[in-house]
Design a protein around this ligand. Structure first.
Ligand code: NAD
Length: 278
């Protein structure tokens, strides 16, 4: 099985499907990430705030995989935007992960009330120049935040990692990203299990037509939309299931039917609004 890669606007490439470890308990992380690596995952998405970077690092060390076979993302937490805090934060993350350099470092939330996300972005630019991460990007940035960081620094993020699933597609952000060659990473790609995504008719019908599960069908929808995706599970059988998505293709009509699932009034959001996270 070959996982396709996406080329970022800085020329680096990222596996389009990975494993996200939000809410994977620290004590279970080494086991879960080791299983994911055994199954063939090569892209891990973590964050300082998840508290499990050490477990990710232990699994990487135990895997014996060459560094350039792996793609590791972590994120700068909200209380570390100011001054030289990002320098300390990345050093701490690298130590916990047991790495000398990240593949991708993200500003986790813009925290607009603190008005320090442009500074945080400038610091990430410097961290990349210093060789501590190959690529840099943002997460949970709305269009005004994106426009401002680009206007004030001249550097376009490689990715914007946002809540994205059939009930919440954020087309204003995805359109902006497409126009500026910013890749979209979908977080909560399965809706975090917070609504009946798998029972929805367009998903269930496509799943049955292809002999795949609803989860595989939704992951396939993300991939065919061009999004980078890293569903979370701690169960080996689901990790395997979520990776087994490269032997079928949704039709244009099936994609369009899932596209049409969005309520259109913003009510499909399952987690926090970026303007309110501070
Ligand atoms: P998700 O949409 O991946 O949902 C995870 C849940 O889906 C699991 O708890 C499990 O119950 C269920 N699930 C997974 N595979 C399944 C399967 N095959 N069949 C049935 N159910 C299945 O939600 P998520 O974990 O929030 O998002 C994925 C990743 O995105 C995270 O692990 C993290 O890396 C990232 N993330 C980033 C942010 C951010 O602010 N940048 C926020 C949330 C998550």
């Amino acid at each position: 099985m070959t996982i396709p890669t996406v080329t970022l606007n800085d020329g680096n490439s990222i596996p389009q499907l990975g494993y996200g470890v939000f809410k994977v308990p620290p004590a279970d992380t080494e086991r879960a990430v080791s299983e994911a690596l055994e199954l063939g995952y090569r892209h891990i998405d973590t964050a300082a705030i998840y508290g499990n970077e050490e477990g990710v690092g232990a699994a990487i060390a135990a895997s014996g995989l060459a560094r350039d076979e792996l793609f590791v993302t972590t994120k700068l937490w909200n209380d570390r935007h100011d001054g030289d805090e990002p320098n300390s934060a990345i050093a701490e993350s690298l130590a916990k992960l047991g790495l000398e350099r990240l593949d991708l470092y993200l500003v986790h939330w813009p925290t607009p009330a603190a008005d320090n996300y442009v500074h945080a972005w400038q610091k990430l630019i410097e961290l990349r120049e210093a060789g501590l991460t190959r690529s840099i990007g943002v997460s949970n940035h709305l269009v005004p935040h994106l426009e401002r960081i680009v206007a004030e620094t001249g550097v376009v993020p490689a990715v914007n990692q946002i809540e994205l699933h059939p009930a919440h597609q954020q087309r204003d952000i995805t359109d902006w990203a497409a126009a500026h060659d910013v890749k979209i990473e979908s977080w909560g790609p399965l809706g975090q299990g917070k609504y009946d995504l798998f029972g929805a008719e367009p998903v269930a019908a496509a799943a049955s037509a292809h002999g795949k599960t609803p989860a595989q069908t939704v992951i396939r929808w993300h991939l065919q939309k061009g999004f980078i995706v890293f569903p979370k599970s701690v169960r080996r059988e689901r990790l395997a299931e979520n990776l087994d998505v490269f032997d079928f293709e949704l039709s244009g009509a099936e994609i369009a039917a899932i596209d049409a699932m969005e309520p259109g009034d913003g009510s499909g959001r399952v987690s926090a609004h970026p303007a309110e996270v501070n």
